[in-house]
Each structure stands twice: as C-alpha cells, then as structure tokens.
Design a protein around this ligand. Sequence first.
Ligand SMILES: Cc1cc2nc3c(=O)[nH]c(=O)nc-3n(C[C@H](O)[C@H](O)[C@H](O)COP(=O)(O)OP(=O)(O)OC[C@H]3O[C@@H](n4cnc5c(N)ncnc54)[C@H](O)[C@@H]3O)c2cc1C
Length: 345
Amino acid sequence: MKNVDYIIVGGGYAGIFFAHQLITHNKSFVLFSGDQLGASKVSAGVINPVVLKKFTTFWLAEEQIDFLTKTMSEIEVYTGKNYLINENIHRIFHDKNEKELWLSKTETDELRPFLNPDFENLGNIKNPFGTGSVKKSARINVDAFFKDFFDYLREHDQLVQEQFEYSQLSDNIYKDFTFKHLVFCEGMGVRANPFFNDIQVIPNKGHHLKVKLSVKLDHQYTLKKKHFLFPLNEEAYYYGGSYDPNERENEIDEFKREELIVGLQEFYPHDFEVEEINYGFRPTVKDRRPIIGNHPEHPDYFIYNGLGARGILNGCYFSLELFEHIENGKELMAEVDIKRFNKKK
Ligand SMILES: Cc1cc2nc3c(=O)[nH]c(=O)nc-3n(C[C@H](O)[C@H](O)[C@H](O)COP(=O)(O)OP(=O)(O)OC[C@H]3O[C@@H](n4cnc5c(N)ncnc54)[C@H](O)[C@@H]3O)c2cc1C
C-alpha cells in the first residue's frame, strides 16, 4: 500500500492548479488522468478580465489575474519555463456605436483598469472601425503548460495515467493507495461519478480551428471579433472557441467548421488552410460560479468543478480556497460552496 495525503482525479486546469497547491505546501499526492481529452487541453488559453460582448467585467477579475500571475511564476520555478504570453486582446469593433460604447466604458471605475481608450488600426486584417485593447489580458501556452506539468508529475511518480474506477473505492482506500483526501476534478466527466453526479454541471460545447494563414499577421496580439485568433507557433494560428450549448454529441460537428471559417473570413481577407478542428465541453453552472465542497456522507471526498468559460482564472484562484478549506478549515466563499445547491432544494 502506498500512503498519500491526496488523490486527485482529472488533469485539466482544476486538477493541475490544485496539484500545484499540494506541491507548494509539501503534501504527497497522486493524480489520475484518463485518456479523454477534456476541455482544458483544447482551450484557447486566453486570460481576459472583460466580457467582450457587453464590455463588462466579472466577480474578482483583478484578484484572479494577480493570483494567476503569482502562481505562474511559482510553477516556473520547478518546470523551468514561463507559460504566460503577455500579449493583449485586441477587440475588433463591429461599428461606430461599439467603439463609442467602449470609449464611454473607459471612463467608468469598473472598466477603467481594463479598457484602453487609445484605438489602433491593424494591418492585414479588416478593421475599418479599429480595435481596442484589453489591459491585463494575456494568454498561456496551453500545450507547453500541460506537457511540462505532466512530465514533472511523471518524473516525481505523482501521475497515474489511467481512468479512476469509482467501483474500486472503499472509504479511504483505492486499489494500492490509502489517502486522507480525494479531490474530484473531472470536468464533464463528473456525470459518471456516483458521489457527485446529482450536481448540475451543464456542458457547453466549443470547437476551434488550427489554421495556416497565407499572410501572417505582423504582431502577436490575440484578435477578437466573434472568436479569438492568435499565433500558436511560427506556422499555425488558433481560431475559436465557439459556444455550442445545444450540441451534446461526443464528436466534431461538421457545420461548426463552416461557421468558424465564415467567422474568420469576416476579418481575415486572405486565404487560409484549416489544419485541424477540435472540440471540448466546458463544465458550466447556472449561476456561473465554480462548485467546491465535500460529500455529506464521505467528508473526505471533494469536488472541484464548474469552471465554466474561465477555466484558467477560476481554476487557479479557487485552488487555494479549496486547499485552505481542507487543511485549515477556512470557510468557503458562499458563492462557490456546494451547499448553495442544498438551500434551493
Ligand atoms: C474550445 C474551448 C475554448 C476555451 N477557451 C478558454 C480560454 O481561452 N480561457 C479559459 O480560461 N477557459 C477556456 N475554456 C474553458 C476551459 O477549458 C474549462 O473551463 C476548463 O478546461 C475546465 O477544466 P476542468 O479541469 O474542470 O475540466 P477538464 O479540462 O475537462 O479536465 C477534466 C479531466 O478529468 C479527466 N477525467 C474525468 N473523469 C476521470 C476519471 N474517472 N479518471 C481519470 N480522469 C478523469 C478527463 O479525462 C479530463 O482530462 C475553453 C473551453 C473550450 C471547450
């Protein structure tokens, strides 16, 4: 038998950022990661403090960005790499009204820290009304982040690359492991979890394209009109992710490929080649807050889920909340506490 403080199930943003807390606090653990791709690995990696449809911000945006910056520099210490790409989002305005709305919002206390009042016209794309940039926005190098983190876990004997089998669990024993706490970070996989499958996590499917542009952009910004466009490397660009809440099939929806192509053609006037299309399911919650807490009959079993469309900011920020709650009995914020669902019953 191997004794560990924690078992984590799932290696997306929830599982990885929680694992980071365990590493920094010297707790022993193993992370189980199944072969389902999950949402995190297909995500754009964009960090964005503004809702770019309505030009509003959201709960704890500034605190979350500061905490993410600190966390990424802690991770850099042990993986040896920086994953934060400090390139701002440039929102392409649809028309004159949108540009004026943006300008008026730059004068509000809420948006002043985030919306730049100086506009830019960018080359090689259609942007007749110009673009506005979002301060404090950035993106992470998703592929490198997951690859290196998994390599680190593997090297330290902390990764079990197999599906966690719920039927093999008995109190604080799972197969060859005994553990103090078990944290389920399964994203939409939670539906197969007999302990937490009654929790209302709703899938919001998203697709993205990997494209080769015939005329490269002369900057590294993240462009945003309908969706995000940014360079992944010297060759390829990411375009997406779409919001397809009504699609539930575990396969690529071919009509989405066409929709994404049309979306990109709206502002990119040159030829491009689609190299790949991928999809994932965002684990969303009606009240748009993560879900954290333990099982009423198995107090050592926890759920960390509901990261929604902001997996990076939510996943990073609330990993410490969960850790402090388990280790030091810190009360969870009411907004994210799983108990909020009991009250409504
Ligand atoms: C197209 C797209 C673009 C997105 N872009 C962004 C973005 O730019 N910025 C942003 O912040 N967010 C973005 N998101 C949202 C973000 O990806 C999600 O919020 C986040 O990935 C959720 O993370 P998670 O760890 O909860 O779940 P997941 O990433 O789905 O991870 C769960 C993991 O658990 C594993 N698992 C499940 N059950 C088991 C089991 N029994 N045993 C072992 N392993 C198991 C799965 O295989 C999976 O790998 C995007 C999402 C999509 C679909």
